[in-house]
Design a protein around this ligand. Structure first.
Ligand code: SN0
Length: 315
């Protein structure tokens, strides 16, 4: 594996699963793999799980980390090649990425969608530019389009908790007061499509995701219908893709409640966190034994460590 920015970066699935199993069994099993090496985690946006789980994973394999909240103390980076830089941006990513790459063996970067210009966001410019200019492996810590560390976590969690070979997995939209990116949902679909699970997506009209991610996936605007016999319910808000970045409704009809959970096959509840209680999901659901949010979040370390090990093994 050369970079880790989407599901397509996985070259060897059997090896990935062998690594996941070893990391789960003994997280401290390869304490010297990262010795003498270091990773820089660059954040343009807030983080709790991604930052702390990646640092914890690095610790387990002896890899040093530095966190750089680039908005606090870094230069504003110009991302577009060929720009006349006479505005507010002091440094071009061409130099910045190359310099960080000369100091560190791995670079992680988080850059959320801006939700203003769809074409711009969907080019994933920041991650692409880092891949182009850093000269070292780049790990997405959530880009404008994807969140692959979260999706690997989700897959590991479903594999661990599933009670049948092909569980029914439902991705349900939920309300939220703010406009959120589509990255978690896009990425979840991209990863789930590599499995033979029964996958269903449900959302109100106007919340269709990009066809690149939903192609071939069963979709319905009837949440109750989707929830019938579900084994896993993955809830997430995203803003509109068609009316890009807009919040089309804020009523609570689509909140996941204990009543709705009764339609399912005693489904497990999943969410990437952070979650707005009693907006996205009711207390009764998230506080029930069917909620996986804490073990799911714990597997962020499993996923990050697996990815770091696979990248470091390459050289
Ligand atoms: C981010 C998102 O992409 O939806 C990160 C999820 C891992 N979530 C938020 O920004 C939530 C912010 C809020 O105000 O609830």
């Amino acid at each position: 594996m050369k970079h880790y920015t989407s599901v397509n970066d996985i070259e060897d699935w059997p090896k990935l699963w062998r690594t996941v199993a070893k990391v789960k069994e003994n997280p401290q099993g390869r304490k010297t793999l990262g010795q003498g090496k270091a990773m820089c985690l660059i954040f343009l946006n807030s983080s709790l799980r991604t930052r702390l789980s990646t640092q914890r994973a690095a610790m387990n394999i002896g890899l040093d980390t530095v966190v750089f909240d680039i908005n606090q103390g870094g230069w504003q980076l110009e991302m577009v090649d060929g720009t006349v830089m006479n505005g507010s941006k002091a440094e071009h990513v061409k130099e910045a990425a190359a310099v960080v790459g000369s100091y560190y063996n791995l670079i992680g970067i988080r850059a959320f969608a801006q939700l203003q210009d769809r074409e711009e966001d969907y080019q994933e410019t920041i991650i692409q530019q880092f891949k182009k200019y850093a000269g070292v492996p780049v790990i997405s810590l959530e880009s404008s389009v994807r969140h692959p560390l979260q999706s690997l976590t989700d897959l590991i969690t479903i594999e661990e908790y599933k009670k049948k070979e092909k569980p029914k997995v439902v991705l349900s939209w939920a309300p939220h007061p703010r406009a959120l990116p589509q990255a978690v949902a896009n990425s979840f679909l991209e990863w789930m499509r590599t499995t033979d699970y029964e996958l269903v997506i449900t959302h109100p009209e106007g919340y269709e995701l990009s066809g690149d991610f939903t192609q071939g996936v069963t979709s319905t605007n009837d949440q109750n219908e989707a929830l019938q016999n579900a084994d896993f319910v993955y809830v997430k808000n995203w803003s509109s893709y068609a009316n890009y970045g807009q919040v089309l409704r804020t009523d609570n009809e689509w909140m996941l409640t204990w009543d709705k959970m009764q339609l399912t096959n005693s489904a497990y509840f999943m969410h990437c966190l952070p979650v707005r209680r009693n907006v996205v999901v009711s207390d009764a659901v998230i506080d029930s034994p069917q909620s996986l949010v804490i073990p799911q979040a714990a597997h962020r370390v499993t996923a990050a460590q697996t990815v770091l090990e696979l990248l470091l093994e390459n050289g």
